[in-house]
Design a protein around this ligand. Structure first.
Ligand code: 5GP
Ligand code: MN
Length: 338
């Protein structure tokens, strides 16, 4: 953050304010961890804080501190619209463009509040009075820690705040393995453990709470795995019928896309998940090395993200979406064929 941004934030937070905090649609561990941490800490400073998620978040995050206070826009539109219109400050975390707030976008665009963005995605939009954007960061949670450092609030990090931040860093780094995980990340993690994050419990709460149905669905996903060997690409499909068969719940497919990338020699992995309710196919993309799935998702699937992890969607049926994907691959032969 620049000195100017730091002074601006300090000025904005100098006395109790009405604050709304927003994660992106389809909130993940980093989105929920960063927004919850910020809410908990700002409340200790007597601000009036509401956390409004555009839609529901996965069950594997439903143990997180204060998560029961999260409002879901889809479920309480008029109340949320009112809170957004009355807010003096709106923090948007873990996304780079208001359209990533889904159905909340119009309401956010109409808001008169001062916006503060904290985010690590590429190509940030410029709607905020303070834009703290750093694409080299592994997670928005690590950025929220630095945000607290910059404005002199690390002493206010309670065990609950530490737990939320640890969770988001863990989930966004694939448990500290992606290249964006730096020595600085580990220093932050060490301090979070010092401040009360119980690392073993957090790992167990997130990763060891699968349902039987979820593992059966993983079995189907692995059966459906296809490999395009010469282009070092692997992809998985899951149809609505397959999801229904195993009583799919939000978050059940988290991490499935990584199995493609775990195959020896594969550097590009995708998963296509049919969503009949929204009439789309949701796509997650992952890569190793310099192949940018952010560019790929932006160019072909109305999406974006990071170089090695991105997402998007397709309005075509599942089969046609996969055919489109396969037909695009040869354009990237020089990067993919190796
Ligand atoms: P995931 O595949 O885990 O849903 O998302 C991977 C990364 O891509 C995350 O950083 C996420 O924010 C981003 N992402 C996922 N879906 C979309 C999308 O539809 N649009 C954009 N712009 N980014 C996405
Ligand atoms: Mn993130």
């Amino acid at each position: 953050m620049t000195d100017k941004d730091i002074s601006k934030v300090k000025e904005l937070l100098a006395h109790p304010r009405k604050i709304v905090i927003v994660p992106h649609k389809g909130p993940d561990g980093d989105a929920m961890g960063s927004t919850l941490a910020l809410k908990i800490l700002l409340e200790t400073l007597d601000h009036d804080v509401e956390l409004i998620a555009p839609n529901d978040y996965p069950d594997f995050l439903k143990w997180m501190p204060y998560q029961e206070e999260v409002l879901i826009y889809e479920q309480e539109k008029s109340r949320c619209d009112e809170l957004i219109s009355q807010a003096e400050i709106i923090f948007t975390l873990d996304f780079n463009h208001l359209s990533r707030a889904g159905e909340m976008t119009d309401s956010l665009e109409a808001a008169t509040a001062d916006f503060i963005m904290i985010d690590h995605h590429q190509q940030p939009d410029d709607y905020a009075v303070v834009t703290y954007s750093d694409v080299t960061m592994c997670s928005t949670c690590q950025m929220v820690y630095h945000f607290f450092e910059n404005i002199g609030l690390t002493d206010h990090i309670t065990p609950q705040v530490a737990t939320c931040l640890y969770t988001g860093i863990m989930t966004d780094t694939g448990s500290f393995r992606y290249r964006s995980t730096t020595s600085r990340t580990h220093l932050v993690l060490a301090d979070l453990i010092e401040k009360g994050a119980d690392n073993t419990s957090i790992h167990e709460n997130v990763y060891d709470t699968s349902s039987y149905n979820q593992l059966q669905l993983l079995g189907v996903a692995l059966q459906n795995l296809q490999v395009v060997e010469e282009l070092r690409t692997a992809y998985i499909t899951l149809s609505q019928e397959e999801l229904d068969r195993y009583n799919y719940r939000k978050g059940d497919t988290e991490g499935f896309v990584n199995y493609g990338l775990s195959l020896s020699g594969i550097i590009f992995a995708a998963i296509f998940i049919e969503n009949k309710a929204e009439n789309i196919v949701k796509i997650s993309l992952r890569s190793k090395g310099t192949f940018s799935v952010n560019d790929f998702a932006r160019k072909y699937f109305h999406g974006g993200g990071h170089i090695n992890a991105a997402g998007g969607r397709s309005d075509l049926p599942l089969k046609e979406t996969v055919e489109k994907f396969i037909s695009i691959l040869p354009e990237y032969r020089t990067s993919l064929a190796g």
